[in-house]
Design a protein around this ligand. Structure first.
Ligand SMILES: [Zn+2]
Length: 248
């Protein structure tokens, strides 16, 4: 049985809400978290998403103000569970945006699981999407430094008993949600198709409210509807409420 823990890889103290909520929240600022998850079952220790750059690189390459980030914060969070990066056997990346993949080279012994559609798009994104994928910057995208350890997934794939990757395109072409069954119930770590709980809960106009950052809204909407039947609980990627509990 998996044990599932949320990890805080740092935060945006003032994030523009409208980037998370389609056509809503203009000018409102919220606190957003770069969330990772640690899933442990016996000798296997799986990390879902690898956190963001340190403050300087986030500012210089991505023009974003973040605090408490970078590889040091990843180590600190893992140490709470008596783990070092070398203990992580597998890293699953929900997608290849910089704020989910930045520290993947830290995990020198892990196999890295990514959808094939995501790799294909990250190699050649449309110009408006290039920076988010670290494409065309002075430093290479971190995931390209671990190519020899990537396990390329093609669509829905059972990774391990009780853990399945679902291909859920929309936010990016190869976004994947990771379903993990614990003793309590099943959770879908939704990646950035669901940034906040408010995306999933929707409102009087929309049963789910997508985010503002996406590649294909038709795919995105279909993925949101599909997620309704995939797990007991949908877990957002950037919502501070994720940390209301210490274990899932
Ligand atoms: Zn993203």
């Amino acid at each position: 049985m998996w044990q599932l823990y949320p990890l805080n890889f740092g935060e945006w103290p003032e994030f523009e809400l409208s980037r998370f909520l389609y056509n809503k929240g203009f000018g409102e600022k919220i606190r957003a978290i770069a969330t990772g998850f640690l899933a442990v079952d016996g000798d296997r220790a799986v990390l879902i998403d690898a956190g963001i750059y340190d403050e300087d690189r986030a500012l210089s390459d991505h023009d974003q103000w973040v605090v408490g980030t970078g590889p040091g914060q990843v180590r600190t969070e893992l140490a709470r569970y008596d783990l070092e990066p070398e203990d992580i056997t597998d890293v699953v990346l929900t997608h290849l945006h910089w704020d989910h993949a930045a520290n993947v080279p830290l995990f020198t012994r892990a196999q890295v699981h990514i959808q094939d559609d995501e790799i294909e798009y990250a190699e050649n994104p449309l110009p408006p999407h290039q920076v988010s994928f670290d494409h065309g910057l002075s430093r290479p995208a971190p995931w390209t430094l671990v190519r020899d350890r990537i396990n390329t997934l093609h669509g829905d794939t059972e990774l391990f008993p009780g853990m399945t990757a679902y291909h859920l395109p929309g936010h990016t072409p190869g976004s994947q949600g990771i379903k993990i069954s614990t003793a309590k119930q099943s959770y879908l770590l939704a990646g950035d198709n669901v940034d906040l709980q408010a995306n999933w809960d929707g409102d009087e106009h929309l049963r789910h409210r997508p985010g503002m950052v996406y590649v294909d809204m038709r795919d995105y909407w279909a993925s949101l509807l599909r997620m309704e039947s995939l797990a007991d609980v949908i877990v957002p990627s950037h919502d501070p409420s994720v940390f209301d509990r210490e274990v899932y």
